[in-house]
Design a protein around this ligand. Structure first.
Ligand code: ZN
Length: 269
């Protein structure tokens, strides 16, 4: 596990891009465990961190699981993450303590901030799937239904939905308003769902809405730091070094603008 502390109100996590697979470490032993990696997501996390630092003069916190997913899953509760291999108990504890410590530091230095949990999907539609802990059926509801059901308070961006700097960015607008991450990334050439252009996955379309990390490290249970899961397609994003380099630059600059616009971050460089 690797934790590189930063100074920006941004925490990047790469839970499924590890390549180390030592024979001395038993494979995870659990029924129906997913053991396939999200290919190239570790490289992407590092490239995004570098691009963000170049753009802002401040480094994000970066947490990387370097073990292959057949050994350790960086987005599951302890038992499933280590698959009964108790020798990794302390590794799991250390990994999440690193994220907790990054969140505590962001909260202390900036009062608020954002976790981005980076993944890769192989779904038919090559769009970014942004996960806020709301499932596809909920996302298909109207903005007013989502609001009346209190959906945003259960989301991984509950705090941002309540306290975004500009009032028109609050509530369901965090998912698919003009300033939402999905909308701005779509405008930069990376189609995203949810967004103003693609409000929700259609019934039957596969969609990842978040997981252990967005639940544990976001603001659904309170706290100062929000979390968004970004599931990246292969084509044009993860597949080649040129794709990764182009996408990293775009995501880094949009995350900077997002932190400035929605969180009131003052970039001082
Ligand atoms: Zn994943």
């Amino acid at each position: 596990m690797e934790y590189t502390p930063g100074t920006a109100p941004l925490i990047l996590i790469a839970p499924h891009g590890g390549t180390l697979s030592p024979a001395t470490l038993a494979d995870r032993n659990c029924a129906a465990c997913t053991t396939a990696n999200d290919v190239n997501t570790q490289e992407l996390a590092r490239a995004i961190a570098t691009a963000f630092t170049q753009a802002t003069g401040q480094a994000p916190h970066l947490i990387v699981n370097r073990l292959h997913r057949r050994k350790f899953d960086g987005n599951r509760d302890r038992d499933e993450a280590i698959g009964s291999n108790r020798v990794l108990d302390t590794t799991w504890l250390w990994y999440h303590a690193a994220i907790d410590s990054a969140r505590a530091r962001v909260a202390a230095e900036h009062s608020r901030g954002l976790v981005i949990d980076l993944h890769g999907h192989a779904h038919e539609i090559a769009r970014l799937e942004l996960g806020y802990l709301l499932d596809d059926a909920e996302l298909r509801l109207s903005d007013s239904s989502l609001t009346s059901r209190g959906a945003m308070t259960r989301s991984s961006v509950a705090r941002l939905a309540r306290e975004a700097r500009v009032t028109t960015d609050r509530g369901v607008a965090v998912l698919r308003g003009d300033g939402s991450l999905g909308t701005v990334l779509t405008m930069r050439g990376y189609p995203s769902v949810p967004s103003s252009q693609d409000r929700a996955p259609l019934a039957g379309q596969p969609y990842f809405n978040g997981g252990y990390n967005t639940q544990r490290h976001g603001s659904s249970g309170g706290g100062m730091v929000d979390a968004i899961q970004i599931e990246m397609p292969g084509p044009g994003v993860r597949d080649t070094e040129a794709s990764r380099s182009r996408f990293s630059a775009v995501l880094a600059s949009e995350l900077m603008l997002y932190l400035v616009r929605l969180y009131g971050w003052q970039v001082t460089r």
